[in-house]
Every structure is written in structure tokens, then in C-alpha cells.
Design a protein around this ligand. Sequence first.
Ligand SMILES: Nc1ncnc2c1ncn2[C@@H]1O[C@H](COP(=O)(O)OP(=O)(O)O)[C@@H](O)[C@H]1O
Ligand SMILES: [Mg+2]
Length: 204
Amino acid sequence: MVELRSVKKIYKERTVLDVPQLCIRDGESVALAGANGSGKTTLLRILARVLRADCGTVTAPDDVLYLPQHPYAFRGTVLDNVLIGAKEEREKARQLLEELELSALADKRAQSLSGGELQKLALCRVLIRPCALLLLDEPTAALDTRGTELVRDALARYKTQTNCTLVFSTHAPQLAAKADRLILLRDGRIDAHGGTPAGTQERP
Ligand SMILES: Nc1ncnc2c1ncn2[C@@H]1O[C@H](COP(=O)(O)OP(=O)(O)O)[C@@H](O)[C@H]1O
Ligand SMILES: [Mg+2]
């Protein structure tokens, strides 16, 4: 289970995240929506433990994979980059590249990709491994409609295969619609009137 209690993040006396309570049950998928600056990335970084909350407690599995908001490429080819996630998994890497329509680029230098191609590659690098908690920060921000659908379908497959808990931020309605629950953030707080069951409680 993922649980936040009395979590706050404060920058220079400005509270950018204030979550009294949030529980996400195992296997649940949660979409984080909200305007720029509403605290989505801050929340995901705290769950990923790359950022510490200033107070409160965070309970989350250790087995976490986190895709940051801005995708990047390592040196080497596209295929090399996917294999960074799991060296032995060549077959799986090829399959993921196929699913995200990147196969034709497998031998291309990863650092020469377009923004959208790079975003799909960064996702492949993450999805090659199973995990208990998958955190994705705007995984389709640079993608067109087709790319967004490919990511949506790849995530659905990954979720079925791993039964992971999934938390992702997005502005894409096609992606948000697939989540079990939508949490709307407004100025760092969970908006009780946005999305499905209020966001602070588990669903029955
Ligand atoms: N390192 C930082 N220093 C100061 N302010 C920050 C820092 N990181 C984030 N913020 C502020 O926190 C607020 C929430 O940011 P963020 O979580 O990135 O929002 P979102 O992902 O929803 O766009 C924003 O107002 C942002 O400017
Ligand atoms: Mg963000």
C-alpha cells in the first residue's frame, strides 16, 4: 500500500504540497491531474523518494520505478538505452520497441531522437523491468494522439503482467480515463470536488 499522512513540502515558506492523507491500495491506478505548478511532480518525487517531505510520513514499496517529467537519453543506440533497464532482456526490449513503434529506430543514436521518440524510449527503459510501484510524470506530454494511445496500451499490458500499483500525472484525457481514480491537485492540495471519490480515501 501507498500511504501519505500529514505530508508537506515547503519552499521558502511557500507550501507547494499539503496532503493530510492519501491511501492508494495495491494494484490501483491513479491519475494525478491539475494545472502547472499544482504539485504533481512534487508528489511523485516524494513517492519515488528522490525528494524528502518536510513533514509527515510516507509509506511506499521499495521496489519503485520512476519516470521523471523530462526524458533523457544515454549514449549509445536506442536498443542500448532500453537494455540499460535490464541487460539480459533483448527479446523483451525488441518487443517494447515494437509496441511503441520504435523498432525502425533501434540502431539509431538515442541522443538524435525527437522529443516524442525520446519520451517513448524513456518509457521502454522503465517498462522492461517489473516493479511494485510505477510512477510516471506526464509520460505522454511530448506525444501525438497515436503515441499517447500506444503508451496507454503499453501501460495496460504492463499493469496486467506485473499487477503493479500505478501513479501517473497527465493532462491527456485518454490516459486519465484509464485510471481507477483521478486525483485533482490544486495549489498543492487534493481537490475534494475534482475527480472520482475525492482522492483521500480508498474506494470500497
Ligand atoms: N526546487 C524548487 N524550489 C522552489 N520551488 C519549487 C521547487 N520545485 C518545485 N517548486 C514549486 O512547487 C510548485 C509545484 O511544482 P510541481 O510539483 O513541479 O508542479 P506540477 O508538476 O504540478 O506542474 C510550483 O509552484 C513550483 O514552482
Ligand atoms: Mg510537473
